[in-house]
Design a protein around this ligand. Structure first.
Ligand code: UD1
Length: 365
């Protein structure tokens, strides 16, 4: 049997690989193995997700850890070169846009191993964003480009990619969300935080452009404190953000408001329990923009652009930038009942992994 090697590295990868791995395992027509690069390694950033998503432990763990982009990418490449030589995959399947994604694609391309990129074609057109470089490079050298939305198809065609290599499979992360909703709803996360359904906001921040600049981060925390005067704001802190707040001595801004609830990063199910019952989501995450649209919860994206425009055109997302006054105004509009309802984009239907498995079987058998 032919072999698919899945590469995961960071938090947003796990929920994309889980449904593909499950579907291929159910069909038994291809052999598969899972490689974890170790880009994320904390219990709450990695292990919890394997447990929550029913992902088997990785067959290979590279333990590359944190570092500069060059260090991290290079370490993943060196380790994967050895793994590809041992495992001899017939297809390397990479997801998303993190450093591990691009590193894996580079090594596979040089070894002439066919590459499938799941979540291909997304573009923010902002090269200051490290993920944009990862997206462009990964798409350029991948053989099969599996796209989540029409804008992604159009971006790839505009870049001159042969349409025969573009496969509009839909959004695989939404497979995980739809499958997990009931399980998440049964959790007591909202109650345990002393919150009432529909009467709180959830915020996540971790983009270097927002958290590595103390002035920008300070302004965002001011905006959150303002919103927290009207409604509790739950703020699970990414390790990068926690370090940035400490380094810039911004803790007093968090301590000002009892309604601004800073908590540890949550696992997949607990976080879904929280977001699905929120009144409002504020984020700079790409995945959370999509999850908000799928959940029908209004989302304010605290960035100047998005690589996921379908969440704005069809979903519940509004890109508001990082100006604290604008964030306050837009949040107030939603709290006053003005949030977008949105609709679910095409092929965000919970069956994307089946379409991906069909494609992998077609390519390999
Ligand atoms: C990475 C991805 C980003 C994704 C995000 C989700 C890249 C370029 N960035 O950003 O696209 O949205 O993951 O979380 O691949 N750290 C820990 N524990 C961990 C992981 C990280 O403490 O388990 C700390 C380290 O100090 C590290 C910092 O967080 O230096 C940043 O981690 P890194 O993986 O470099 O980037 P993220 O900001 O997590």
């Amino acid at each position: 049997m032919k072999k698919v090697l899945h590469i995961v590295g960071a938090r947003p990868n796990f929920m994309k690989v889980a449904p593909i791995h499950r579907e291929l395992a159910r069909r038994h027509r291809l052999v598969q193995a899972l490689v974890h690069t170790g880009q994320h390694y904390d219990l709450q950033m990695s292990d919890v997700f394997f447990a929550d998503l029913g992902l088997p432990p990785p067959d290979v763990h590279l333990g590359v850890g944190s570092g500069s982009h060059a260090e991290q990418t290079a370490r993943v490449m060196l380790e994967l070169d050895r793994v590809f030589s041992d495992q001899r995959p017939d297809l390397v399947s990479v997801v998303g846009d993190v450093n591990s994604t691009m590193a894996a694609a580079l090594v596979a391309a040089k070894r002439l191993i066919p590459i499938a990129h799941v979540e291909a074609g997304l573009r923010s057109f902002d090269r200051t964003m490290p993920e944009e470089i990862n997206r462009v490079v990964t798409d350029r050298i991948s053989d099969h480009l599996l796209t989540p939305s029409r804008d992604a198809d159009e971006n790839l065609r505009a870049e001159g990619i042969d349409p025969a290599r573009i496969h509009p499979v839909g959004n695989v992360m939404i497979d995980t969300l739809l499958r997990s909703r009931q399980q998440a709803a049964a959790l007591s996360t909202v109650r345990d935080l002393g919150l009432s359904p529909g009467h709180y906001a959830v915020c996540t921040l971790h983009r270097p452009s927002n958290v590595d600049d103390p002035d920008r981060l300070g302004g965002l925390l001011d905006a959150l404190a303002f919103i927290a005067e009207r409604i509790p704001v739950v703020f699970p802190l990414h390790p990068r953000t926690r370090k940035a707040i400490a380094a810039a001595s911004l803790q007093p801004k968090l301590d000002r408001s009892r309604n601004l609830r800073v908590i540890q990063p949550l696992g997949y199910l607990a976080f879904l329990c929280l977001t699905s019952q929120a009144k409002l989501i504020l984020t700079d995450s790409g995945g959370l923009q999509e999850e908000s649209t799928a959940l029908g919860v209004p989302c304010l994206t605290l960035r100047e652009n998005t690589e996921r425009p379908v969440t704005v055109a069809e979903g519940t997302n509004t890109v508001v930038g990082t100006d604290p006054d604008r964030i306050r105004t837009e949040a107030a509009r939603i709290l006053d009942g003005g949030g977008k309802q949105g609709r679910i984009p095409e092929r965000w239907d919970g069956h994307t992994a089946e379409r991906i498995a069909d494609l992998y079987e077609r390519l390999l058998t």
